[in-house]
Ligand binder design. Structure first.
Ligand SMILES: [Zn+2]
Length: 729
């Protein structure tokens, strides 16, 4: 069994202690870690055999980025071994089903981290991702569907990358499929066997945990407490161990067969902590020839082998979902460290938090997963990204439909904001081009309000940098950006004397644009290839359309103001006043139509403004407009339906009341609900005695007189409602 492995002791000093303070050497706490990945004051040095000689000076930090390293459970300074060059490996999908919102959370979060590293901090990142296309789940699914397993894997792989594209996730620099690396995997396993840290048994090959530890290596680095957890190890071994080979359906004998097969595998292992590097395939299962007979790679080995094949014997960053920590990532580390005979294969292990659905853990096995496709029918990928970046990548996130409405509003506010900024800058530009006025308004000196915006911009830059350096704290960074948006908006509404200061507004808007693009919210300029401009790139739509829209907007302004003036004067200059009025109304109706109906589908929104100021135009996504128009139309329809229902109810009530007045007051107590109750009546038809001839008491007669009075009024209403000369019955 596993030797006792204790969890790392709590930090003796603050993780971010200044280098000048004499902190205890932290290497004592994590003896299996290279010092510079856990010690703020000790960057890589030439003396360390693992680090390139030039690393110490080349990687002099230009930032204070600290990352939560799962190897220590603490935030540590990020210092790649080779300057700005970062080798990054991330675990990719097992392609046997559609991609769900939990995958979206993982891959969008990692995409945001990658963009921040490259586009903000300026690292040169090479990102490799694997596709697990040999796996027991794939084999099982394919057998159930009667489809060749490679076809099924390829189909879901294509769907995965379609979804990633839809989510705006930048493609990895390198994608590797295990099915194309089987010879590499075999050679890798042979290397581990050659070091005596793996052994063959029954056509399979197992990793030898005890020998690995005996050679001075550490297992399990990420989750020391889980080492030897047989249940979790079995989970990572795949689902086919216990299933009958040829027919993978669960028959009545399946349980017995499962128990037998699991027992057989268990008997092959020297220790329950060991796991399969190579699995012997049984008849009917896909197989590859190997020195140990026909079989296939175990799950964990592919990542170690493919990452080593492409990125080499050392990786700066390794990422994946938190549920992969053990056994998958711990086993990956052990395999690679055994193969490379090195103490540390990965310097920084970053894990994304789990996504919960309305408080429940989401998993495919629970069948409560929401596909990416279905989410993207409700909100845009930009809005979904807004949701994720408002949560820390490493924290558990609760996904709730109610939270989505909020990000739609935030998205809407940002679109409006940029539209308002562009309109203000256009206005400022045309004001600057106009002949100078006698009062000498304007000037370059910023107003107090403009200076305030500039100061706020500086403070925001500092706050955003501090947030991103703090383990990619995107929620804090985004809050700072939203605060700047609010300030600039306030400034545009009240710019103070001299009008809007265009350079200040432009500086703030450009910074916001840059940061939103860093977070992946804007278009991806990084996807363009080739020279700009002369290479044949079209000018942006906005550049082309601006003069046209300016002209159209001005034309409409003049028509509209003329129409309004004529209408106000009531056609007083003679001629047919009524016809003139009607024509003017048509002009105004046309003005409304171009604003409300014609332009929005073209992606143009016009807004009228008070006090004779020119109307405002904004370029806008026609699809967003259409969605909003549909929503408003649905609201209107619901309101109209409710109104109609209320009207129908009122009409029915009035009709019932009218019908109640049909009986003349004199006949009221002789029929209907009173039929047979009374035996004698006075001249007005009021009862004087009951059916048995007994005189009615005074109180009863009074009550009946009141009922008669009411009927007099109802009957009058009834008569009034009858057609003239129609004689009521
Ligand atoms: Zn992996």
């Amino acid at each position: 069994m596993a030797e006792a492995v204790t969890a790392p002791a709590p930090a003796a000093t603050a993780p971010n202690a200044a280098p000048s303070t004499a902190a205890a050497p932290r290497t004592e706490r994590y003896p299996w870690l290279c010092p510079w990945t856990q010690q703020p004051s000790a960057p890589p040095s030439a003396a360390n055999g693992d680090a390139p000689a030039a690393a110490a000076s080349a990687s002099a930090p230009t930032n204070n980025l600290r990352v939560l390293n799962s190897l220590t459970g603490e935030k540590v300074p990020f210092r790649p071994r080779n300057g700005r060059t970062v080798r990054w490996y991330t675990c990719g999908p097992t392609v046997y089903d559609v991609t769900h919102v939990g995958h979206a959370s993982n891959y969008v979060s990692l995409d945001i981290l990658r963009r921040i590293l490259t586009d903000y901090f300026g690292y040169e990142v090479t990102l490799q991702m694997n596709v697990t296309d040999i796996d027991d789940k794939i084999i099982k699914r394919a057998a159930e569907a009667g489809e060749p397993f490679a076809d099924l894997a390829r189909r879901y792989e294509a769907a995965f990358f379609d979804d990633m594209r839809a989510l705006g996730v930048r493609p990895p620099d390198l994608v590797t499929r295990v099915s194309e690396y089987v010879p590499d995997v075999i050679a890798y396993i042979e290397g581990i066997v050659g070091r005596g840290m793996a052994y063959a048994a029954g056509g399979s090959v197992y990793f030898d945990v005890d020998t690995f530890r005996g050679a001075g290596h550490h297992y399990a680095k990420l989750e020391p407490g889980s080492a030897g957890n047989a249940a979790r190890l079995a989970e990572g071994e795949g689902g086919l161990d216990g299933l009958p080979a040829a027919s993978v359906d669960a028959s009545s004998d399946a349980a017995a067969a499962a128990a037998a097969a699991t027992a057989a595998r268990g008997a092959e292992k020297k220790s329950p902590s060991d796991w399969a590097l190579w699995k012997a395939s049984r008849p009917g299962e896909p197989f590859w020839e190997s020195p140990w007979g026909p079989g296939r790679p175990g799950w964990h080995i592919e990542c170690s082998a493919m990452a080593s094949a492409e990125l080499g014997g050392h990786i700066d960053i390794h990422t994946g979902g938190v549920d992969l920590k053990f056994p998958h990532h711990d086993n990956e580390l052990a395999q690679a460290e055994a193969y490379h005979a090195c103490p540390q294969w990965v310097d920084y292990f970053l894990h994304t938090g789990h996504l919960h659905i309305d408080g429940h853990k989401m998993s495919k096995s629970l069948k409560n997963f929401i596909s990416i496709q279905s989410v993207l029918t409700r909100i845009s990928s930009r809005q979904l990204r807004l949701f994720f970046l408002q949560h820390r990548y490493d924290a558990p996130t609760v996904y709730a439909e109610s939270a989505l409405a909020e990000v739609v509003n935030v998205d809407r506010a940002l679109v409006d904001f940029f539209g308002a900024v562009k309109a203000a800058l256009r206005e400022a530009a045309s004001a600057a081009a106009a002949p100078s006025t006698a009062d000498g308004a304007g000037g370059l000196r910023p107003s107090a309000a403009a200076s305030g915006v500039l100061a706020e911009l500086g403070a925001t830059r500092t706050a955003v940098r501090a947030a991103l350096e703090d383990n990619f704290n995107t929620p804090a960074a985004f809050l700072a950006l939203l605060a700047l948006v609010k300030s600039v908006k306030g400034y545009l509404a009240a710019p103070g004397g001299g009008g809007v200061n265009a350079p200040v507004v432009r500086a703030a808007a450009r910074y916001l644009t840059f940061m939103l693009r860093v977070l992946g919210l804007g278009g991806d300029a990084g996807e363009e290839i080739g020279y700009g401009g002369a290479d044949g790139d079209a000018e942006s739509a906005e550049t082309v359309l601006t003069p046209i829209l300016d002209a159209l907007s001005a034309f409409r302004d003049s028509i509209r103001s003329a129409g309004r003036e004529a209408l106000a004067s009531g056609g007083a200059d003679g001629g047919d006043a009524a016809a003139a009025t009607a024509a003017i109304k048509r002009i105004l109706a046309a003005c409304d139509e171009v604003r409300d109906t014609t332009l929005p589908p073209l992606g143009v929104r016009l807004e009228d403004r008070p006090d004779g100021r020119p109307s405002l135009w904004k370029l806008e996504d026609p699809a967003a407009w259409a969605a909003e128009a549909a929503r408003l139309a649905a609201e209107e329809a619901a309101k109209a339906a409710a109104k109609a229902a209320r009207a129908a109810e009122a009409a029915a009530k009035a009709a019932a009341e009218l019908e109640a007045g049909r009986v003349p007051p004199a006949d009221l107590f002789r029929g209907g609900e009173y039929a047979g109750k009374y035996g004698a009546f006075d001249a007005d038809g009021l009862p004087t005695a009951d059916a048995g001839g007994a005189e009615l008491p005074k109180a009863a007669r009074k009550r009946l007189a009141k009922a008669r009075e009411r009927q007099v009024k109802l009957h009058q209403k009834f008569l009034a409602a009858q057609p003239a000369g129609g004689g009521a019955p």
